[in-house]
Design a protein around this ligand. Sequence first.
Ligand SMILES: Cc1ncc(COP(=O)(O)O)c(C=O)c1O
Length: 391
Amino acid sequence: MASTTIEQIREEIEGLKKAGTYKVAPVLASAMGPVVKLADGKEVINLCSNNYLGLANHPEVLRGAKEALDKFGNGTASVRFICGTFTIHQELEKTIAEFLSTERATTYVSCWNANEALVPTLLGESDAVISDELNHASIIDACRLCGKKVTRLIYKHSDMADLKNKLEEAKDARRKLIITDGVFSMEGDLANLPEIVQLAQQYDALVAVDDSHAHGVLGKGGRGTPEHFGVKVDIITGTLGKALGGAAGGFIAASEPIIELMVQRSRPQIFSNALPPATAGGALAAIKLLQNNPQLINQLQENVAYLRNGLKELGYNVIDSPSAIIPIIIGDTAKAIRMADEMLKYDILITGFGFPVVPEGTARLRAQVSAAHTRSHLDKALEAFKALREM
Ligand SMILES: Cc1ncc(COP(=O)(O)O)c(C=O)c1O
């Protein structure tokens, strides 16, 4: 019986290979940075990490992590409400709330957990969630976790007319939540927050934004898409695993009652250990570093513009946006994957994405830029892209 099951699983994996969705992860033998060493010793320019501000291995972030490790040890050995809340968690959450100008924040071991905490905890019987079709998988799963008791409506990507239709459909719901990525991870485009907020006001809905790819990237102070657009939203979720230290961890920042509800009721916090102290200490140092050095954002934005313009000059079809994600549309999946492999020969690490991760015919290379990239890193990448243009 069991051997039949294992055989079926093997076939499933073979199916992934045939479908071209089987992943072979590059293995790094160095810390995360603009240049990384692969396990075979080869040094490559890294165009595929979310280390947008280059803080994952920054001395001040490491100091924050080490100090927290020395003071609090390896972990809490407890969930938050039993005996797993340390002062470093309180300090981090206070800093996140201040940074994002919300009343309060609470942390999770990942933003995946934060999203899965938020939606099913906030919504129940007679409520509705209205979600962009291209939202991150964690939001999609968070909505599914609500089960049948919550009405789940999905609007076409950034289609405000469709969002309005869905709000109309949900108008009798007790609570309505519009949830969106701030920056969409495959397209690199931004949610239309000004119109979303306006529609939310019209229909008395709450707005939640997952700004994982926007914190440390957008807005003058790196506070994400609300700062970029100059609007206020009700709930912000984010990761501490990208620009804000690059380790792990996630958070929800919102008004006091919403956060109190999460602390009291959200299952990923009540039934799972707290963020490890070193991770919390590193993230805290990263946010402080960003607050004290907002010029990091300018550096990142300059780098993004330089690479984006360079790619356009080479004739590549790149999706425009102010985010640090630059999708380079290739079209054919096999070609995009081949190009990513080819880039490695030029010492450039970049990922190719094809169907079904992105719509058929829009396979792409996804370049992600960091403030830590130097002009010469970006020039070297552009030279490689130039050589590949003829492929
Ligand atoms: C938009 C978005 N939300 C959530 C996550 C999950 O973040 P974490 O790694 O903290 O779970 C990601 C990670 O890729 C993301 O891109």
